[in-house]
Design a protein around this ligand. Structure first.
Ligand code: KG4
Ligand code: ZN
Length: 341
């Protein structure tokens, strides 16, 4: 299966195989654009789609070459077609369709947020179901109950900022650089997390909110007593954000007797989050599967794998499938859904 990802600022292509649910990555080639967006401290959509256009064909060619796979050996093509920046999605989805059309291969669109959970299944033995799925990325904070990789209910979502977005804003407030999540994480390692109690939002149910803790941080950071104590503030911020995620994660595992927990998205690389998730899962006899660091950030391997699972159950999408900036999941709509439905 050839997978293509272009939803934000990473152009990526991968070749994966699905052997009765065992997902193996033969190659994955990803080109980022951080340097192009750095001076704006955020992704500029027009710049992103133009860069995708330049990168997409070389990236696909290299992925096929690295996998020692000829186009005629493929059995399908998948593209992340939602949610994301519309111009960026258009490049990857159009390339995938053209490729599939030219080779008479089946084409499927894949929901990027769901694929972040498939990422935790790559190159690993199977898990027990049901599982709790947590996607924490720059654009999404979504909590799922999963009966299989393609059969899931959204049970919690952020009401405002995504977890990664909150980390990026914290990095900007603390003047640590962009993209900031990993920098806040690193600074927090040498700070005192208990130097100040930043507020942890307490919402009913399993939803998240990170705008309060971000506002509290920006207020505190202006006070002179905190000057020169960036690491302490980074640690306090990380503690507050992670505490909220862990509270909902444990509640979801308990409520649904989950046997496993899948975690993906850029923020799943966060050290405190990984340690705390390992602790609460171990205490509940629940197996934690965090996506490998290279599959935590946006990549086409997770798209190809999710698409391969769809193809295996006979799902196909038509050429009219259009990229969508939003999805029901991204809008936070609850209820059971099968991927692609
Ligand atoms: O999944 P991803 O590549 O992009 C989206 O699909 O949104 O995630 C990128 C996000 C950024 O917000 C980045 O700051 C955050 O993940 N991130 C982290 C860490 N590493 C990356 N946040 C917290 N701690 C980290 N170690
Ligand atoms: Zn993502």
């Amino acid at each position: 299966m050839l997978g293509i990802e272009s939803s934000c600022d990473e152009t990526s292509a991968a070749v994966v195989t699905n052997d009765d649910g065992a997902l193996r990555v033969l190659s994955c080639v990803t080109t980022g654009q951080d340097a192009l967006h750095e001076e704006y401290r955020g992704v500029v959509p027009e710049i992103a789609s133009r860069a995708h256009l330049e990168n997409i064909l070389p990236v696909i060619r290299r992925a096929l070459r690295d996998a020692k796979t000829l186009p005629i050996e493929l059995s399908g093509v998948a593209a992340g077609h939602r949610p994301g920046l519309i111009g960026s999605l258009l490049v990857g989805t159009s390339a995938a369709k053209a490729f599939a059309w030219g080779l008479s291969l089946p084409f499927v669109g894949v929901d990027h947020v769901v694929a972040h959970l498939t990422a935790a299944l790559l190159d690993r033995p199977p898990i027990e179901w049901p599982a709790v799925g947590l996607v924490v990325s720059g654009g999404h904070t979504s909590l799922f109950i999963m009966r299989s990789p393609l059969d899931l209910d959204l049970v919690g979502a952020t009401l405002d900022d995504a977890a990664g977005e909150a980390f990026d804003k914290a990095a900007a407030i603390l003047d640590l650089g962009y993209p900031g999540g990993a920098l806040v994480d690193a600074a927090a390692e040498s700070g005192n997390a208990r130097s100040i109690d930043l507020p942890v939002a307490r919402l009913p149910g399993l939803d998240f909110s990170f705008s309060g803790v971000k506002t509290a941080l920006s207020r505190v950071a202006r006070e002179s007593v905190w000057s020169g104590r960036r690491n302490d503030l980074a640690a306090a911020f990380r503690r507050a954000v992670v505490a909220q995620i862990i509270r909902n994660l444990s509640a979801a595992i308990d409520e649904h007797n989950a046997r496993s927990c899948l975690m993906g998205g850029g923020v799943a690389a966060n050290r405190l989050l990984r340690d705390d998730a390992a602790r609460v899962c171990a205490a509940r006899g629940c197996e934690l599967r965090v996506a490998e660091p290279r599959w935590c950030t946006d990549n086409a391997a997770m798209i190809g794998a999710c698409g391969a699972l769809r193809i295996a159950v006979g799902d196909r999408d038509g050429w009219e499938l259009a990229p969508q900036p939003l999805s029901a999941i991204a809008r936070g709509e609850r209820g059971p859904r099968r991927l692609g439905a």
